[in-house]
Design a protein around this ligand. Structure first.
Ligand SMILES: [Zn+2]
Length: 287
């Protein structure tokens, strides 16, 4: 997801950031990351931007995604609560709510991402700080081998964007989907960044094929999920696409289709960033 609005600092004077000594949260202004231990040295940081996964390895921390730029000092402070230094950073895709901490973390860590993440960050309308750019890029994927955890990063083509990666922690059986999973919400498909509806559905299925019923799924947005949640998510996309196809086939234009809307059972899916009207518009050109 990409949101430019800085909802964390609107109307709030910067009065300095501080630690909550409990070690469970770090705060700046009114923002703090929630810290949820997952399994086998893997922790989720969440509450601002995309979900972040942290692996504590014998070679330091691997940090998968890193939130908004304006929260990067808070993130750095949160990471200092771990026993090791941040050595590796991986971006699931280029959006600013997943890569905003790159420049800050790049002082100590090496950033990995798909080739198109670097291209889009370097050439976008708001070209990134050169320090924020991924250093190690790959086409199909990369494997990071730690003593107790093998981390397989696999590229997913032309779905949410054209540079997405799903990150699988093999021994722990934990999957970070990036933005190929919005738990129980309509997803954002960034067609301006090479995303497609068909690709998105194929990629969701590809992730499902990599996991099992015991896998802990860290979605791009929303709480911890599992295979069943992913199946429900994919079924929703396929079913709403069929509804939009039927609306279009009945002769309605987009505005009339939006006015008519989807089946009422999907109402709760439109309560996050992508509202129902926008989801119908996303599907419209593809049916
Ligand atoms: Zn995104």
């Amino acid at each position: 997801m990409k949101i430019r609005t800085n909802f964390c600092t609107i109307g709030v004077a910067l009065i300095g950031f501080f630690f909550l000594v409990s070690g469970t949260a770090v705060s700046q202004d009114d923002f703090e990351y929630k810290v949820t231990p997952i399994k086998d040295g893997i922790t989720m940081l969440h509450g601002g931007g995309g979900n972040i996964a942290v692996l504590e390895s014998e070679r330091g921390l691997l940090v998968v995604d890193n939130g908004y730029e304006q929260n990067s000092k808070v993130l750095e402070a949160a990471l200092e609560q771990f026993s090791a230094e941040t050595q590796y950073v991986l971006n699931t895709h280029w959006h600013g709510d997943h890569t905003g901490g790159n420049a800050e973390l790049a002082n100590d860590a090496t950033i990995f991402a798909h080739t198109n993440v670097r291209v889009r960050m370097a050439t976008g309308s708001e070209a990134a700080d050169p320090m924020a750019l991924p250093v190690v890029t790959y086409e199909d994927g990369v494997t990071l081998n730690f003593a107790e955890q093998t981390v397989k990063a696999r590229h997913l083509p032309a779905g949410h964007t054209d540079g997405d990666t799903a990150v699988y922690f093999e021994q722990a059986n934990v999957m970070h989907t990036g933005d190929h999973m919005f738990k129980d919400w309509f997803p954002y498909i960034d067609k301006d960044s090479g995303g497609t509806v068909d690709g998105y559905i194929n990629n969701v299925q590809a992730i499902m094929d990599m996991i099992d019923v015991d896998t802990i799924v860290i979605p791009g947005h929303g709480p911890i999920a599992n295979l069943e949640d992913m199946q429900r998510f994919k079924d929703m996309i396929v079913a709403t696409r069929a509804e939009v196809a039927a609306l279009k086939a009945s002769g309605l234009d987009l505005a009339a289709a939006q006015a008519q809307g989807l089946d009422g059972k999907w109402e709760s899916w439109g309560t996050f960033f992508i509202k129902e009207d926008r989801w119908i518009a996303t599907l419209w050109d593809d049916v």
